[in-house]
Design a protein around this ligand. Sequence first.
Ligand code: 7TS
Length: 412
Amino acid sequence: MKENKSIDWAKLRADFPILDQQVHGKPLVYLDNAATSQKPRAVIDALVRYYERDNANVHRGIHELSNRSTNAFEAARVRAAKFINARSADEIIWTRGTTEGINLVAATWGAKNLKSGDVILLTEMEHHSNLVPWQLLAQKTGAKIAYIPVTGDEGLLDLSKLNSLLTSQVKLLSLVHISNSMGTVNSVAELCARARKLGIVTLVDGAQSAGHCPVDVQAIGCDFFAFSGHKICGPTGIGVLWGRQELLDAMPPYQGGGEMILTVGYDKTEFKHAPHRFEAGTPDISGPIGLHAAMDYLDVIGRENIWQHDQELAHYAYEKLAVLKNIRLFGPKTGRAGLVSFLLKDVHAHDVVMLADQAGVALRGGHHCTQPLMHKLGVESTARASFYFYNTRAEVDRCVEVIREIQKFFGG
Ligand code: 7TS
């Protein structure tokens, strides 16, 4: 395993106060980063600073604190645009997270543009947040859903079916960039280009990619991109939906209320332009400010370096687990993102996670909100170790050691 020598990963780890603790009397090994990441001191400090010095509502006051708050809130939007190489901050909508971003597109673009007989094309590896909103929309509009198949345990998209799936009825392709349950990295740029040629609108679920690899929405060539702040070292409750300006301008509002209007009469309301049209009511203000600090923090490290570190750890973990007996590994053998999903023969994933927790190792067990994929693979759940740049090879060693102990405990 090759390490990027120019970065002092151990020093970065010390930026995360939470990691320095014991759980059940053992040093914490936090390997549940796909669920949520930990927060560096820089983000915690930005939140404290905001509440100690600047807290006020945005866009409405003309007093000093309101000006500071508004400036910081909008500066974060500019920063988010830069983070994913959007053309303009007007293309950045604050949401509660990836889930709300996708729901927003379904409720606005989807409700306006989809009708009975249209097809929404997804993949079989989508998180529930990129499935259920489309199912709800399909029920309302009469549109149908089709799926790009997954090959099996290796968790790759079977693109041999793509030509026959890309019919003239398809109006939207919505797919995950990096699978949270398999670690697959999908060729989103290539798929969006294929869709775009056919006039199909595209959405990329970037929940697992935005903080782990460089993201350039213009290079990906999608129409919408959604991600969550809490998975990229930012606070919970804040996320980003990016949309192409021309699509956003043509979309009806999401929720109605204050902040999103130009003028309101008893009979009629005129709405602001995007992104404010989609942000009704007092927004999460500290969220974007914390996220701003997180984006700065990540880009000082460099997401290309994080990506390399993630992949190296995942590869190291995969190779170490692959030599164990009676283990079933999920996801691609090579080129996987920073997570490993597995099942031990005759041991329930929840038992693995419970026993690992007793040893201080935080894993996740379950269907990972990809229930249809689990059904397809013939399993109820898997155990998952997911990494971030503050994880170390020693932690992977400890995790594998604990998994071996669990196997022995169950007589394996
Ligand atoms: N899309 C993907 C690919 C995800 O992994 C998740 C969350 C979401 C969407 C939803 O993000 P949210 O921030 O709106 O909740 N994934 C996980 C996970 O793997 N374990 O817990 C949450």
